[in-house]
Design a protein around this ligand. Structure first.
Ligand code: ADP
Ligand code: MG
Length: 236
């Protein structure tokens, strides 16, 4: 029997409020779409890491998150899964434009996120693109118009925003600030502030950082709304 997509989505969403955070250890314990779970399993992502366990459910519930976890703790999936699920539940299509913006400090990190998204998001309809320079602005802009998930470095993104006053992020649902402390360390503080000032205020924001310095807290204050603080402690 064919069940309409909207019915499936409604059912998934109805489970968000009852996520039992102490009992969810596997991705399959979460109310995730079948296509996300398939992408995860095929890449051998079965058990969640601590930061994933603590933040994915809260992100699905619509919260802004300030996440603290060191390098290698699995932050990429902690934000990519909510990004995929949120756009899926909104039945995002290519025509809806940029639905998610992911800002990361370096090109290399942007590539890594892109690769993970391509693998895990394989069965999703949304398109993804990199805005990291290396190609001329016009080329990137053209491509950006067709991207639903844009992964970018701060300097290059601001360049696009400056160049085009009608910068097309009006539909954006979710903003991810990855490695926020490193972005700030690299001198992108002003750039980040400008970017955030240019984005639609009605959005969900996930901010991840290995350390919680004063400047990270300032950025958090500027970009997050009633954030939930998620921190993964190391016991050694
Ligand atoms: P971070 O961004 O916190 O530095 P990454 O997201 O890059 O960490 O993940 C670090 C490594 O751990 C990657 O090789 C990734 O494939 C792997 N990884 C992430 N989550 C899981 C998981 N749930 N199960 C197995 N491996 C994982
Ligand atoms: Mg990372």
């Amino acid at each position: 029997k064919h069940i309409p997509e909207s019915k499936i989505i409604e059912e998934l969403r109805s489970k968000y409020d009852t996520i039992n955070f102490t009992k969810t250890t596997k991705f399959s314990d979460l109310p995730l779409s079948r296509i996300t779970l398939k992408g995860l399993v095929e890449n051998n992502y079965i058990d969640m890491t601590d930061i994933q366990r603590q933040s994915i459910g809260l992100a699905l519930q619509g919260n802004d998150i300030l996440g603290a976890a060191k390098t290698g703790s699995g932050k990429t999936l902690a934000f990519l899964i909510p990004v995929l699920e949120i756009l899926y539940c909104k039945q995002w299509t290519r025509l809806d434009g940029v639905g998610a913006l992911i800002i990361t400090p370096t090109r290399e990190l942007a590539y890594q996120i892109y690769e993970t998204l391509r693998k895990v998001g394989r069965y999703h309809d949304v398109s993804a693109g990199l805005i990291i320079g290396g190609k001329d602005l016009k080329f990137e802009r053209k491509r950006m118009d067709q991207c639903n998930v844009v992964i970018c470095t701060p300097g290059r993104l601001l360049q696009h925003m400056d160049e085009n006053p009608l910068f097309d992020c009006v539909n954006m649902q979710i903003l991810v600030l990855d490695e926020a402390d490193r972005c700030l360390d690299m001198g992108f503080e002003k750039t980040m502030n400008c970017i955030i000032a240019n984005l639609p205020p009605k959005r969900q924001t996930l901010l991840f950082s290995a350390t919680q310095t004063k400047s990270v807290k300032d950025l958090a204050r500027l970009s997050l709304k009633d954030p939930l603080y998620v921190s993964v402690h190391e016991y050694s």
